[in-house]
Design a protein around this ligand. Structure first.
Ligand code: SAM
Ligand code: SF4
Length: 355
């Protein structure tokens, strides 16, 4: 039963006492899934313009709408108080948010207290040379780096503004700092589909897992998504002709399914939102940098947390809003590429919710 229903008919004094106790109950959705993983987009801005993620002339949010670092800290900490054990900072590009290390440093107190198991981030790697050692010193143990190609020209074409050399230097710095890295590569038809063996051997040769991701239909990006879509079932079948893929039970806390590549000894993950339903074990919710809570990456339904966050210094209103939102977490997602209209199934961009 939700705290609000539980407390509705209680006398005033008992109500207040009960509030603080019940607010600390873990978050469980209507399908019995515990919410233990929060992804937080700390900015919608980015120093790249990946073709599948953003249009080149993106309009970013006015700064006034974006939560301050203190507000982001309070929001994350509220979720930690309610049972979230893993926090992933993402974006946009999380490492271009000014003062980001202040947030990482402050959130690391939950690692020290034992309330949080993991503080991590997803990054394009461009700022890792600058921040890798600091991230490690604040208790970050592993990070995801997005890299779709090892070809400098292709890299520039995919990211529009990025430099492969800078990202590779960032990966070196992160490994040097002792951070474990997982590489994420989006599979793009006719762009990097000839490169997967090279990416596998490079990543595994450096002790990094590699996960391939299907393009998801999020946001208008000014190019036909159907032209980019490459089902991973096809990729996997092709890779299986070349390598021995042994299915693994290993889960990284996200939706990827893993296989061991016998020839390299490394792990290869597949995230297939369009061809495989991974919703039944979903333990995640996402918050945008404006404080909008999305209960499912593939649904439009959302709850605004900025207002309750700013309305008072106490967390009571915020907890009520979070509870109401979690009680609406849907069973599954609705991803479809609209073939007739060649439109994305959802209008928001991945850089809003951070993947
Ligand atoms: N800027 C950071 C980065 O690139 O890692 C973090 C944010 S980015 C939105 C998170 C992940 O989403 C990246 O791995 C990116 O490749 C992936 N991504 C972005 N748009 C996507 C789309 N339409 N379909 C599938 N993956 C997408
Ligand atoms: Fe930026 Fe990441 Fe989107 Fe690329 S995928 S444009 S790096 S937010």
């Amino acid at each position: 039963m939700s705290p609000s229903r539980l407390t509705r008919n209680m006398p005033r004094v008992e109500h207040r006492e009960l509030d603080s106790a019940t607010w600390r109950l873990p978050l469980v959705d209507p399908f019995g899934r515990s919410i233990t993983y929060l992804r937080v987009s700390v900015t919608d801005r980015c120093d790249f313009r990946c073709v599948y993620c953003m249009a080149e002339n993106m309009t970013f949010l006015p700064k006034a709408q974006v939560l301050t670092l203190e507000e982001l800290d309070r929001l994350c900490s509220a979720f930690v108080a309610r049972g979230v054990r893993k926090l992933r900072l993402t974006g946009g590009e999380p490492l271009v948010r000014r003062g980001i290390m202040t947030l990482v440093s402050s959130l690391s107190r939950h690692l020290s207290s034992g309330q949080l198991d993991e503080l991590t981030l997803t990054t394009n790697g461009s700022q890792l040379s600058k921040y890798a050692h600091e991230l490690k010193s604040h208790g970050v143990r592993r990070i995801n780096v997005s890299l779709d190609t090892l070809d400098a020209e292709k890299f520039r074409a995919i990211t529009r503004w990025g430099s492969l050399q800078q990202v590779l230097a960032g990966i070196d710095a992160a490994q040097d700092a002792g951070l474990k890295i997982k590489i994420n590569a989006v599979a793009l038809k006719g762009v990097n589909d000839d490169e997967f063996p090279r990416l596998i051997e490079w990543a595994h040769g450096r002790g990094m897992d590699l996960t391939l991701i299907e393009v998801m239909p999020l946001g208008e990006i000014g190019e036909g998504r159907l032209d980019q879509y490459l089902p991973l079932s096809i990729v996997r079948a092709r890779l299986a002709e070349r390598y021995t893929l042994e299915d693994l039970d290993y889960r990284s806390g996200g939706p990827a399914r893993y296989a061991r590549v016998a020839e390299t000894g490394g792990r290869l993950g597949f995230i297939t939102p369009l061809t495989h339903n991974f919703c039944e074990s979903c333990n995640r919710v996402r918050v945008t940098c404006t404080g909008t809570l999305y209960m499912c990456l593939g649904q439009e339904d959302a709850a605004e947390l900025r207002k309750p966050l700013r309305a008072s210094e106490s967390n009571d209103l915020l907890f009520t809003a979070i509870d109401e939102a979690i009680s609406r977490k849907p069973k599954g997602h609705d991803f479809i590429i609209d073939r007739r209209h060649r439109r994305p199934a959802l209008s928001r961009h991945m850089s809003v919710t951070g993947g």
